[in-house]
Design a protein around this ligand. Structure first.
Ligand SMILES: [Zn+2]
Length: 403
């Protein structure tokens, strides 16, 4: 038996330059995408070196070379942007935060975790998820008279390419694979599975990808439907989107799912219209947080782009204040407080207007923006902040969640 290949092995490596905690955190998270031979990369506390934890020590030189190139790119990231806070809500509930809500909900039978970044839920979890979604939809209807809609969970690669997704988040894409239209290949697949104990996947050359993907951002499927529109002022759309982001080994309970739901608001039109909708969205998010009586902050942020694009795009996002993130504190299993991003308010400039031929009546590419609320993360946050005792929940919420 060759135990040499299965025993984890740690190799120290110098950082090309010292990094701060924020970049160190990004490195650890992104390191699952570096090599199949690497379990993870952990940066030392002083940010000057890193430990590469290997799952497989074959081709060590090539693997370490790849790790070094990854660290080189990541260490160029600029962090520590000045964070601007737009508002902060404070809850009235004086009870303690509930730790490890993911396990607590599973124990109560309200949540089923399949273990691969998907969850099923029922009872109070389902009722809360619905209430968060409906309450947000109601606010968008009241404030903007937003048009409700429905969009598919599959999106084609041409749309994703136009949206710039492959360029920003290539690691998070999920392609759809189908059996080749071949009698023998299909029969081979059928026969392999007819009496087998476990599932047998077809060989790679029997599967083809025709460019269909699982949609990774709620607003993308809306833009092709707006092609050719000409706006004098603008329009708002809202819907519940099903979203998929491949997280590899980073999946974790309700806080980091592969498949989740997003209440989306898209606004499109003239510069004035889009800015106005965005400005009015800030107090709406505040109203939503107050309705659920939670501690919550809205602040400037940058997207977690893939390593090689991070530096330039992050700088642009931070400099323009085009992304505001809804941060809500939760407790992890160890009782440590982390602020998770439960949604964002984004301005896209005329990016989508140009790419999808949407204009104002003057002939300028239309401006767009969106607000996305991650429903399952809101559920996690509300349960964390109020626990399982209905008496601690705000009355308007309690009577809808607990019978
Ligand atoms: Zn969006």
């Amino acid at each position: 038996m060759n135990t040499q290949l299965t025993v984890p092995m740690k190799v120290a490596i110098d950082m090309p330059r010292q990094v701060d905690d924020e970049v160190a955190g990004d490195i650890e998270k992104e390191s699952v995408f570096v090599s199949p031979a690497i379990d993870r990369i952990v940066v030392s506390e002083d940010g000057k070196s890193a430990t590469v934890v290997l799952k497989d020590r074959r081709n060590l030189d090539a693997v370490m070379d790849k790790a070094a190139r990854f660290l080189d790119v990541m260490a160029k990231q600029v962090s520590g942007y000045e964070i601007k806070v737009f508002f902060e809500t404070k809850r009235k509930d004086e009870g303690p935060y509930q730790r490890d809500v993911n396990s607590g909900l599973v124990e109560r039978g309200w949540l089923h975790d399949y273990g691969k970044g998907q969850v099923a839920y029922n009872g109070p979890v389902l009722k809360l998820a619905r209430l968060i979604n409906e309450k947000a939809a109601e606010l968008y209807k009241r404030e903007y008279d937003a048009t409700d809609g429905h969009f598919p969970a599959l999106v084609d690669s041409e749309t994703l390419h136009k949206c710039g997704y492959f360029d920003s988040h290539p690691n998070a894409v999920t392609f759809i694979g189908n059996m080749v239209e071949d009698f023998d290949a299909i029969e081979e697949f059928r026969a392999a599975n007819s009496c087998s104990e476990g599932a047998h996947m077809p060989p790679q050359d029997h599967v083809h990808m025709d460019g269909m993907c699982l949609n990774p951002a709620a607003c993308f499927p809306a833009y092709p439907t707006l092609k050719g529109k000409r706006y004098q002022t603008g329009e708002c759309f809202t819907w519940m989107g099903r979203v998929f982001r491949y997280e590899s080994r980073n999946i974790s309970g309700l806080d980091r799912l592969f498949e989740f739901n997003v209440r989306e608001l898209v606004f499109v039109g003239t510069d004035d219209y889009v800015k106005d909708v965005r400005n009015r969205a800030l107090p709406l998010v505040e109203e939503l947080a107050s309705f659920f009586d939670i501690d919550c902050k809205l602040q400037t942020a940058t997207d977690p782009f893939f390593a090689t694009v991070s530096a330039a795009k992050k700088f642009w996002q931070a400099a323009q204040e085009v992304k505001n993130e809804i941060k809500i504190p939760v407790l992890d299993a160890d009782g440590k407080t982390t602020n998770i991003a439960c949604g964002s308010i984004n301005l896209h400039g005329n990016f989508f207007g140009e790419r999808f031929d949407i204009e104002d009546t003057e002939g300028n590419a239309a401006m767009t923006g969106c607000v996305g609320l991650g429903i399952e993360r809101w559920v996690l946050a509300v349960f964390t902040q109020h626990g399982y005792d209905p008496d601690r929940w705000p009355e308007a919420v309690r009577e809808k969640i607990f019978d």
